[in-house]
Design a protein around this ligand. Structure first.
Ligand code: C5P
Length: 394
């Protein structure tokens, strides 16, 4: 879903992050038009944004050009207006309906949603007048990308740092995506488990966590409150999840899942590649060669099958399982769905799925077996969630 984004940049040092933001939004396929306040032009130039966006940049000096209605034309063309960085001054103006420069005029004249990414010194952020203004904006339906805590350009430490460009680029689509999962609580497991042999060695697998993270992001974007339990991962954890916890071994993951189920979950998406066996005779001390030439014997014992146990609960959430197979994918997947007693299972070939940014899946449910072409994991996750939603609604 490619959108036309009107990016308004006001005068703060975080304006440099907005250059990268334009690049990331364009990479997602969106059209970006940039508008600069007078103060912003002292931090970044119109030429920079013109080159990055590939579109003419609107400025205070040029706002009389054309029919003299830049604030109307630009906002009518946009699907969403984002102010990043938004200074305390601009926030205050918008909160009070003041329209005395290009950006505040646009905010007042728009008929599209407005997202604001504040950036300011910690004391300016905490200023009661600023916090009142933020509350007013929220009450008016403006979306706030709350600033982060951290080191500031002035050297102080505290909240007020604008989110990083990558965080904003990840969160922005949530403001236009439909919300079929609004009000739903979804628990997701992701990544590989790790079963210790001794304090430094263990048994794990090549799952990266990318598929689980993509599902967490898509469920969040669809309005769900997402709790994530992850094992060993190399993938990035999505922003703004309701709850995130690491659980390294299968037993840890089992315990986390059952604790979180007590909070009430509408769905459980079991993406984690959970070890079927753990080491029964794990050593507390690092194993050494004893000179006998005989390798140590590692005994295995079976782990609980988390998904199977969850699906068997009397008030089980809607369960989605995964099956990564190296051969006879569909045959094994059908048996697994049956054995685990789950309404929906996603089957994939190990070599197509694990550790890769793309995946080729078949979704098995009570009605259909739907095979999808190779797509990136965000798209795969969107297809899985769309199927979940359609089964839920029936
Ligand atoms: O290991 P298996 O192929 O049976 O995994 C299929 C599904 O079961 C996956 O969704 C996985 O997350 C889940 N699973 C589990 N607990 C295990 C093993 C697998 O929840 N011990």
């Amino acid at each position: 879903m490619n959108k036309h984004i009107l990016l308004a940049v006001t005068g703060g040092i975080a304006a440099y992050k907005s250059c990268e933001l334009v690049r990331l939004l364009k990479k997602q396929g969106h059209t970006v038009t940039v508008a600069l306040s007078q103060a912003a032009t002292e931090f970044v130039t119109a030429q920079t944004f013109q080159a990055l966006s590939g579109n003419p940049v609107l400025t205070e000096n040029g706002k009389g050009e054309g029919n003299g209605m830049a604030h109307i034309n630009a906002t009518r063309a946009a699907d969403i207006m984002l102010i990043a960085p938004a200074t305390a001054n601009t926030i205050a103006k918008i909160a009070h309906g003041i329209a005395d420069n290009l950006i505040s005029e646009m905010a007042a004249a728009r008929d599209c949603p407005l997202v604001v990414a504040p950036a300011m010194n910690v004391q300016m952020w905490r200023n009661p007048a600023n916090l009142r203004n933020i509350d007013s904006l929220k009450a008016d339906g403006v979306h706030i990308l709350m600033p982060a805590h951290g080191e500031q350009a002035c050297g102080e430490i505290g909240e007020g740092r604008m989110l990083e460009a990558a965080q904003i680029a990840e969160l922005l689509p949530d403001f236009w995506l439909p919300k079929p999962l609004r009000g739903k609580r979804i628990l997701i497991t992701a990544g590989a488990t790790y079963e210790a042999i001794d304090p430094v060695r263990g048994i794990t697998n090549i799952s990266s966590g990318q598929m689980g993270m993509a599902l967490a992001k898509i469920c969040r974007g669809a309005g769900a409150s997402v709790s994530l339990v992850y094992g060993k991962i190399s993938a990035k954890i999505p922003e703004n999840l309701a709850y995130v916890e690491q659980a390294i071994s299968a037993q840890n993951m089992h315990d986390s899942v059952f604790r979180l189920l007590q909070q009430g979950q509408d769905a459980f998406i079991s993406v984690a590649a959970v070890a079927d066996y753990r080491v029964a005779n794990a050593s507390e001390q690092k194993l050494k060669k004893d000179g006998s030439g005989k390798p140590p014997v590692i005994e295995l014992t079976e782990n609980p099958d988390i998904l199977r146990e969850v699906a068997a609960l009397p008030n089980a959430p809607f369960c989605v399982g995964f099956a990564a197979e190296s051969e006879n994918v569909l045959t094994h997947a059908r048996i697994k769905r049956e054995k685990k007693g789950i309404p929906m299972l996603v089957a994939n070939q190990v070599s197509d799925a694990m550790g890769k940014p793309t995946n080729i899946i078949t979704i098995l449910d009570d009605e259909n077996e739907t095979s999808l072409p190779e797509m990136d994991k965000d798209q795969v996750a969107a297809a899985i969630v769309a199927r979940m939603v359609s089964i839920w609604q029936n």
